[in-house]
Design a protein around this ligand. Structure first.
Ligand code: ZN
Ligand code: ZN
Length: 352
């Protein structure tokens, strides 16, 4: 095992970050140590940086594929050299929230099972994640596909909760990496569902069509017309909002059929309240759902979809760069010039 320091991207307060050396974590019983292969930059990481929510010293990053370099006592499911996809949160399975199917609200679920975090050359996976949620990536499945297990599981949770019929129509608001991932997960999990994607940016609408969207439109009248077309004027069975906030919620309700569902899948500004016609819910049986993160069930199902090739999110990867270039990746995402940015080990780790 390498003895050099573990280079990490550490938060420095506000949205500042820096590459800094840390000790390589010690592996305890039931744990495993992964050498980074790729880690995805996620909207939640961006949100935490933009809002200054990450304490100085925190290492963000949680969409991880790594290679096993050390195993703690008692770990028999994996071997050194295995490629592993693993999430950072695992519910307890026994509390009230878990028993009611709200596992992502479980108190235990909040604990970060990656140390120090995913934006690091070497990442310790704690025992609960190692035992219950880690998947060996089969040969033939790329790192770039497997790294989507965690974000795609979050998407699948919303898709399953919305209960879209097999021949239904869904709308995705926002064609960033999460919006386009909704499109791909919908098509993989429910191949008969037709999907319209709504985004103001023309290049992103073009990409949505290339990735299998049945329609793509600008927000507003064009979106209304496109959804009307696909549904004979009825409106969509479900609208997934990946933009966030009160305005997009209102727009989503306007695209949903009577009895249909709106799924909120984005952070809104803190404390923002919404304004919509309450009769959309009572009188017309529309539902507004929120889903947060993904749990073991969704991760397992998504992993199978990726492993079988039914779900291939790799076209969403627009940039891959070493951890040293973290700020460059962040700037590209902020400027909407990148979809999914993946980070690879630091230059120092690659050179050693
Ligand atoms: Zn994520
Ligand atoms: Zn629980």
């Amino acid at each position: 095992m390498t003895q050099h320091a573990n280079n990490v991207i550490a938060c420095r307060g506000g949205d500042a970050t820096a590459l800094e050396p840390r000790p390589v974590p010690e592996v305890g019983a039931g744990e495993m140590l992964l050498k980074l292969r790729v880690v995805g930059f996620c909207g939640t990481d961006l949100f935490k940086l933009d809002t200054g929510a990450a304490q100085p010293g925190t290492v963000l990053g949680h969409e991880l594929v790594g290679e096993v370099v050390a195993l703690g006592d008692g770990v028999t499911a994996f071997q050194t050299g295995d490629r592993i996809a693993v999430p950072h949160h695992v519910p307890c399975g026994t509390c009230l929230m878990c028993r009611r199917g709200n596992e992502t609200m479980c108190e235990t679920f909040r604990e970060n099972l990656m140390a120090p975090g995913g934006f690091a050359d070497t990442v310790l996976i704690k025992a609960r994640a190692t035992a219950q949620a880690a998947h060996r990536v089969p040969d033939g499945v790329s790192d770039e596909a497997a790294v989507f297990m965690e974000p795609a599981a979050c998407v699948l949770r919303g898709v399953e909760r919305a209960a879209v019929a097999a021949d239904g129509v869904a709308v995705v608001q926002g064609a960033g990496s999460m919006g386009l991932l909704h499109l791909l997960v919908l098509k993989a999990a429910l191949p008969g569902v037709r999907v319209a994607v709504v985004d103001p940016q023309a290049d992103r609408r073009d990409l949505a069509l290339k990735l299998g969207a049945d329609a793509a439109a600008e927000p507003g009248a064009a979106a209304q017309a496109a959804v009307g077309n696909l549904t004979n004027g009825a409106g969509a069975d479900a609208v997934f909002d990946t933009v966030g906030g009160a305005g997009p919620l209102k727009a989503a309700l306007g695209l949903t059929r009577q009895g249909g569902s709106v799924v909120l899948f984005a952070h809104a500004p803190d404390g923002q309240t919404a304004d919509f016609d309450l009769n959309d819910l009572f009188k017309y049986e529309r539902r507004i759902l929120g889903t947060y993160s993904g749990a073991v069930h969704e991760q397992g199902r998504v992993f199978d979809l990726i492993a079988s090739g039914a779900l291939d999110p790799t076209p969403l990867v627009t940039h891959k760069m070493p951890l040293d270039d973290f700020q460059t990746g962040l700037d590209l995402v902020r400027a909407r010039k990148a979809l999914k940015v993946l980070f690879t080990p630091s230059r120092a780790a690659e050179g050693s």
